[in-house]
Design a protein around this ligand. Sequence first.
Ligand SMILES: CC(=O)SCCNC(=O)CCNC(=O)[C@H](O)C(C)(C)COP(=O)(O)OP(=O)(O)OC[C@H]1O[C@@H](n2cnc3c(N)ncnc32)[C@H](O)[C@@H]1OP(=O)(O)O
Length: 535
Amino acid sequence: MSVRRLVAAARPSFQQPSSVTARTRSIVTSKPSLLLTRQQSNQASRQLHHQAPRNAQAAQAAQQEQEHHIYESTNPALSFPCLDAVESRSASLSRRSLSGPEPSYTTGKHLNFHSRQPLLLDWGGILSEFDVAYEAWGTLNREKNNAILLHTGLSASSHAHSTEANPKPGWWEKFIGPGKPLDTDKYFVICTNVIGGCYGSTGPSSIDPANGERYATRFPILTMEDMVRAQFRLLDMLGIENLYASVGSSMGGMQSLAAGVLFPERVSRVVSISGCARSHPYSIAMRHTQRQVLMMDPNWARGFYYGRVPPHGGMKLAREIATVTYRSGPEWEQRFGRRRADPSRPPALCPDFLIETYLDHAGEKFCLEYDPNSLLYVSKAMDLFDLGQEHRNRINNVRQENSGKLQAFMDGEGLASNAGGDLCSLTLPDKPYEEKEQPAVGEADAASIPDAREPPADLVAGLKPLANTPALVLGVASDILFPAWQQREIANTLRRAGNERVTHIELDEEKSLFGHDTFLLDLENVGGAVKKFLG
Ligand SMILES: CC(=O)SCCNC(=O)CCNC(=O)[C@H](O)C(C)(C)COP(=O)(O)OP(=O)(O)OC[C@H]1O[C@@H](n2cnc3c(N)ncnc32)[C@H](O)[C@@H]1OP(=O)(O)O
């Protein structure tokens, strides 16, 4: 059965309590008194056992029903179709054959670039070889200078637009094509699945060539810059020395900037939509909670769930939290208000208000579509993002320290089994945290305050490589995940770094209430700005 059908089968419905439970109740409530004596109750239980001697489960349920409810409860227990759905999905997942590469995460046919050259990652991990899944639209000109590298958001695949091989609409279908913002009459548009992802590029669900097993959580910690370096290996293979533009939104907006910082001589223009130059605590907090609910799902099994039931319950909850950060309260005010899914029914603890069924649906749709370990690694990479100079210096040092390890690997000495273990283990501090008094806010620190005009010197220094790169920075006032002040921070920092060709646009709430997802939905304002900037 396909993943989609499984999800559909498991979708919650407002079920009645099971017939056994109902039958038990009818036995119980047929007595004149609401509360039974223990003797009467035992009699009822025996009667039930007698009526269905072969159904041990039913008898047990009846017994539990009595033990838990008859003596204390004045009211019937509520039903929980939302939990039934999760349980029935677990049951059907464990019933189906798990011998193959299941669940297989795919959005359809794509191209593949396989690098045999190892990749040293920022925090010391090594990918001995790796794949980058990609798709492309338009035609690469003879000079190979009309390529646009389109970076994805957290969980998207390379399928930004339909192709002959995969006619399914892509996640930026309306933004790419002849005469569209990414005009395929002019540009050769390339989109990749990031490394760490699960749609064809090497990630935790891939096979580690060293031992033939899935990496799972043996996959090393990743950064945005690692993902970008892998993409540039692909560009090398395609013979593209110079990009016409690096374009991305959300996580892609981070990568777009990172590409310009890492390879300033190879990136002619940068577009960063609803992104940031470094992750701020609120967005880290929101991703942390998603990772925590996922990792607390017992099916996660510290990442070694492949071939077993995946942590779909944790994934569902993680997606629901994510969806809260992707849209906006004002949008939901207009869209759902306080309406309930079925006002004719009494209130329930399972999804009831339209906003609840909406979030539930978003979680249901996603929970088997994306690899849970990929979610953890890619979202952590977002947290680690910091284009400030101090951070860059630190990472450069770490890379320097590990370059010997890479060399040893390339010389055929292999990797020690615990290679990079220290570097890759983020542990809780030994001592409880003590609040420290912050130094008075001077000019250089002012950007720790949202909306401060003066960007931090550290970030200015970090974005210096972009001083001569024309940049479009776009933000959305209703975005709570990457609030508009963060794009103002990028624009101000770039200007402060000496960039005189920065276009900054902020869409106010009149223009969009779609919050962070505006980049997926607003062709006119987002697409229009991109088209104008690219020329
Ligand atoms: C952080 C990063 O780097 S990137 C983050 C980027 N954001 C995401 O990944 C979120 C992706 N968002 C999506 O996929 C969205 O579906 C979009 C943006 C493509 C489309 O958004 P919209 O057109 O507004 O549709 P939205 O997803 O809100 O709702 C439509 C679905 O919800 C269902 N729905 C709507 N209201 C309700 C409700 N009250 N109860 C139950 N279901 C509902 C619809 O039936 C529809 O279902 P379907 O998709 O199965 O057909």
